[in-house]
Design a binder for this molecule. Structure first.
Ligand code: ZN
Length: 345
């Protein structure tokens, strides 16, 4: 998640909903009160009018296994772009997915600190239906904190471990629905300071590639996971996500009895790896808990360590994502809305 200073005092920010904003292109905040529990669906989006019965067998992650992956990733050490850890992280993901169909999207990122070799890794699990659901996580750790002991247990490792645990559930099965692709995204973090140009290097590169090669048109949904390992899990609604898809995530959470972990608060204009995909017209949802420690005080600090996480939180996030896939497979949101006009490409 972005390193913009507003996020360090996020809770306060949510409560008073100031419209200062330190980044351009943010969705303007319309009201001075927190958004209601369920926001009205954005104009032009197909709202799931009634509860949809999911399609296909229910899948659940193994939370202990997911936690083990997170521990192994943290054990690599810092994984900022350009570090030995970044290289080892890529090798680790390849090892875990060695029996799967995996593609690399290597590129050179132009950053304020010069050129960096980066690579996205995409694992593809084919389904029986035309269309793709992409799950994303960033694999890098914060670059400006590289001289500290920052290991990004929650910010980077938790969602990546979760995707590996989801891969375990998809592997070796005949998926009776859309194909599911896991996108391990490099270069989410800013190299110097968060801006439109200095951030989201991997997701921008992959979104551009998928726009050019026609893949983007086949993607029914992009679900991003970020910072979902927090013991005290409270996932916020995000106004930069696609409203109907977030409604569907909530519906999935309700089906599993996890709704109290979702959307009690709203973050206006969140910037994360979902944005580049939103900009090319893909429906997106960022599943993120940006209230990590009191007043988000663990975010981007050396306090972001394993002891703040729980397998239960990984389970909630993972199972809700898998249930959302079943709802999408049942036809929810099958006529994707046009590209939101607030994301000019
Ligand atoms: Zn971060």
């Amino acid at each position: 998640m972005n390193s913009c200073p507003r996020c360090s005092s996020l809770l306060l920010f949510i409560l008073i909903v100031v419209s200062l904003g330190c980044s351009q292109g943010k969705t303007p905040v319309a009201s001075s009160t927190p958004a209601p529990f369920v926001q009205p669906t954005a104009q032009g989006s197909p709202a799931p009018a009634k509860a949809i019965e999911p399609s296909g067998p229910a899948l659940h992650i193994d939370p202990a296994r997911a936690m083990q992956y997170v521990k192994e990733i943290v054990a690599i050490g810092p994984r900022w772009d350009g570090s030995k850890g970044q290289q080892q992280m890529g090798e680790y993901i390849h090892r875990k997915l060695k029996n799967d169909h995996v593609e690399e999207d290597a590129f050179v990122a132009d950053t304020p600190e010069g050129k960096f070799n980066m690579r996205n890794i995409v694992a593809k699990f084919p389904g029986s239906k035309d269309g793709i659901i992409v799950l994303g996580s960033h694999i890098d750790t914060n670059y400006p904190l590289r001289k500290t002991s920052f290991v990004g247990a929650n910010d980077g490792a938790s969602s990546t471990g979760l995707l590996l645990a989801i891969a375990d559930q998809l592997r070796g099965k005949k998926l009776e629905g859309y194909s599911v692709w896991l996108a391990f995204l490099d270069g989410e973090e800013a190299i110097k300071s968060w801006s439109d140009t200095d951030s989201l290097y991997g997701s921008k590169h992959l979104a551009q590639k998928w726009q050019q090669d026609g893949t983007a048109k086949k993607i029914n949904a992009f679900l991003l996971a970020d910072m979902i390992g927090d013991k005290d899990l409270d996932i916020q609604r995000d106004t930069n996500s696609t409203a109907w898809l977030e409604d569907l995530v909530l519906q999935a959470a309700q089906r599993l009895g996890y709704q109290s972990y979702f959307f009690a608060e709203t973050i206006p204009g969140l910037q994360d790896d979902h944005l580049p995909f939103a900009r090319i017209g893909v429906p997106v949802a960022d599943i993120i808990d940006l209230n990590y420690g009191y007043n988000n005080s663990y975010h981007h600090t050396t306090e972001d360590t394993l002891d703040k996480l729980s397998p239960k939180s990984l389970q909630i996030a993972g199972d809700v994502i898998l249930e959302t896939i079943r709802l999408l497979n049942a036809g929810a949101g099958s006529s994707p809305p046009p590209a939101p006009s607030r994301f000019p490409s």
